[in-house]
Design a protein around this ligand. Sequence first.
Ligand code: B1N
Length: 803
Amino acid sequence: MSFTHAVTRPENADELASAILGHLTYTIGKPTDAATRSDWRLALTHAIRDLVIAPWFDSVRRSYAEDRKRVYYLSMEFLIGRLLEDAVDNIGLGDMARDALEGLGQDWREVLDDEPDAALGNGGLGRLAACFLDSMSTVGLPAHGYGIRYDHGLFRQSFHDGWQVEEAEEWLRQAHPWEFQRREVQYRIGFGGTVTPGEGDAAHWEPGDAVLAAAYDTPVPGWGGKWTNTLRLWSAKPERLFELDRFNQGDFVGAAAPAILAQTISRVLYPDDTTPQGKELRLKQEYFFSAASIRDLMRRFLIDHEDLSQLPDKVAIQLNDTHPAIGVAELIRVLIDDHGMSFDAAFELARGTLHYTNHTLMPEALERWGWDLMQSVLPRHLQIIEMIDRRHEAENPDRPDVTRIIDHGEIRMGNLAFIGSCRVNGVSALHTDLMKRTVFADLHALHPDRIVNVTNGVTPRRWINTCNPGLRNLINDRIGDGWVTDLDELEKLRPLADEAGFREGLDAAKRANKVRLSNWLADRGAGTLDPDALFDVQIKRLHEYKRQLLNILETAALWNEMREHPDRDWPSRVKIFGGKAAPGYAQAKLIIKLINDIGAKINADESLRGRLKVVYPANYNVSMAEKLIPAADLSEQISTAGMEASGTGNMKFSMNGALTVGTLDGANVEIREAVGPENIFIFGKTADEVHALREHGYDSRPAIEADPRLARVISQIESGEFSPGDPDRFKGIGDTLRHHDWFVVTADFSAYWAIQRRIDDAWKHREDWLRKSAINIAGMGRFSSDRSIRNYAERVWQAETME
Ligand code: B1N
């Protein structure tokens, strides 16, 4: 029998409105006069979701039929944000959906803003994974994302008296209509227990306890609805929901305790960006989702293939940082213990299938697990890791100790991932180069062909087309919309930079975005902002290496200077900060408080006549970025050179016409190449210079003595000028700047101050600024995540797209 109720694409807004009403009535169960905004959003979501299903089935069918190589992207984090508007735009129904909803008496923006962000990630690493999902679908690459369905995503941030306070995030409190629970797909994931030797290399592992990994699928439609992949997230469930014996004995809480314990594995996202916490629960999370994903992809492989030796031809597994690196041992374990292979054969197959992306060089950021912990949580995997280490040593008898996987009672996951992978990549040209010269220098010497560079990218669908309709329309009017899937087309804008009419259009689009943002910020207590001021934005996780401190020191110094020379022609600036600190990162939280305290002082100073403002809206997240980035004039990318692996916010800002002030770090280096040095404000020490400064222990005293502005701000901070009720509050920051300035804030201050004053001047030459802005947009083609994904497909995965 054929399916007669198949949903067809609506021809017009009335047809779509009718589908929305149908869902409001029959899916949500509400009449129009009782429907809340959420009800309308859910009804709209269901109407849109219906349109994604048939193409999704088609994609699955085609990828089985053609038996192409599949890519599996394993990531602890997918920072996907909101899904509705993106899906609507990707299937080409943006205008129709708005008309339909407004015809039903609903405000489009308010309904879209009702959707909670899916914040299943901390920052750049998780957001990169989300952009890659979008691009893998858009370029038609058969792929699955695999991760964890956290009950609680990244914590909610609020400010109490300027201090960060964290609260649990509850994105699943509302219905989440994008996911489909696959009750038939569940795997038993074991922990602990005992291992008994079996035949040959095999062993029998009898776990001490276990949880079930339950699958939830979300369709990921690419641009134009041509190809749709799946994001499969795992949720931990108990093997037994309830212990009836204990309940019958009156132990009501105890009866549910084992179930609750099992569920803790997928309860909450670890809120640490860049620096790991070596906690047992984290190791269990990592194994939980890696093992479930590997079992699932092996099951899919075995449906159509008997010969395991084909695995590397049909499967590519990408390890997004070391978080899924235990998957190296798990894949080998499955091949040996479940499929009877020898260790050597299993290792070869695994190494042909796995690839590893490194996202940070900070030595403290590379994951390590204690031998004892590994022994107690994953005893069989420890044996396999020991076998991998011995084999690597036998093959490289002169290998230096730093290349060992197990050393000083610790398992180094970076080395495990490197040794177990076919390709290892960095995320920008500079970062990849530093990988070869620093943390992986010795492994690189042993395996000189393994490390490749794949510079990060971002999806222009979400980060221009959807978040910045003003700019989108301007571009479409001039060069058509081919850029949406071929971002190099933006090059056609380059000659338009010299055309006054185009610059006017850019100016108008930016101003409209700034007005909208000002209203939004005013609703959040920011007061009135001047939309003609320079909007200077630093949004990213709070981390000392990202140097929000440098930015706020310069802001305070500017305040001093403006008070001293009130009659100078100071351009108006709004300093906008956004970002969360890890809850356990005391220094980062103190910097947040400092920004808020300095901001309060400046904002209250009427002598400035509104020419300097500091705003820090709480709870920065993906949907806030979508409002801030289109309204930015200046993008702050001021990390200590050599420490930001790539950055991706830098690309988003530049695509939206903001100019960058930045160090020669991460992808800033490549952005400078793309836009030309005269269209970007680069300052500060280079990575090599930072290295040289640190070599003999950096002493900040000369830098402070040589710059009276810096010296004054540090004294003000130390004397309690910004914390009159608690003068010692920021002593620790003064102390850090004077005695342990690891991030060389003081060494870069003078150069940062100077370039900010150059920016003041540039801002006054409006036509020139707009020309630079246009050239930035025109040069961003290479920073599309479509380009990144095509690079991975060719150079890492050896996989073809379905085009
Ligand atoms: O990954 C991004 C880069 O653009 C950023 O420069 C980089 O800092 C970021 C442990 C991380 N590196 N490492 C992490 C996140 C969570 C965690 O638990 C490490 N994130 C980055 C994309 O390449």
